[in-house]
Design a protein around this ligand. Structure first.
Ligand code: GRF
Length: 196
């Protein structure tokens, strides 16, 4: 299964995917990494000699134009699956329509709780004692697509956003690699999931 992974930041989820997919027994390979900026995480792609591309929204006239260029860059690699791993942009409808359901995202909360770009901060502010991780298919909503897998993560009293996010990320990396393996081995059928 060939993957294109999209990132915006440090890329710890990408790094976990690069480590897992470098095992010859793992049924997926990262063929390219895309970013919306000169993300620090692109260093992981370089370290693993994986090609990368950046498509920066501010250099385009519109979100749609940015989306079209991003889609073109993605499709060059003919991926079987596109993985958003800390990609902090909403994909325009034309991109989602072209890729979904072979398009998944990892979100640092138990969707539908705490959607959006500040899930960890929002969970802390809400005072919940449990939050978690969700890997889901991206549909045309924001963090609303069918759930592939979720796992709870405890909030500890006095957690800072960073401490809680790091605890979430340790689970997130594991869940994302497992979800990609399940999709590659067809234990998870994305078309069936999306058709429900
Ligand atoms: C992840 O927790 C992801 O769910 C969220 O931002 C974080 C990105 O972390 N959207 P990294 O770039 O993979 O280290």
């Amino acid at each position: 299964l060939s993957l294109v992974v999209l990132i915006s930041g440090g890329g710890s989820n990408l790094r976990a995917l690069l480590e897992a997919t470098s095992e010859s027994a793992f049924p997926a390979r990262v063929v390219a990494v895309g970013a919306d900026n000169e993300a620090e995480g692109l260093g992981h792609a370089e370290a693993w000699s994986i090609p990368s591309f950046t498509v920066v929204p501010s250099t385009f006239e519109s979100r749609e134009a940015w989306g079209e260029e991003l889609l073109e860059q993605i499709l060059r690699w003919s991926p079987d699956l596109v993985v958003c791993a800390g990609f902090m942009r909403i994909l325009p409808p034309n991109v989602v329509r072209a890729l979904s359901p072979r398009l998944i995202n990892t979100h640092p909360a138990l969707l539908p709780a705490f959607p959006g770009a500040h899930a960890v901060r929002d969970a802390l502010a809400a005072g919940v004692d449990t939050t978690g991780v969700t890997v889901h298919v991206i549909d045309e909503g924001v963090d609303t697509g069918p759930v592939i897998v979720q796992r709870a993560v405890p909030v500890h009293p006095g957690d800072t956003e960073h401490e809680l996010h790091e605890r979430i990320k340790t689970v997130e990396r594991e869940l994302l690699v497992a979800a990609v393996r399940d999709i590659a081995e067809q234990t998870v059928d994305l078309e069936e999931l999306a058709a429900r």
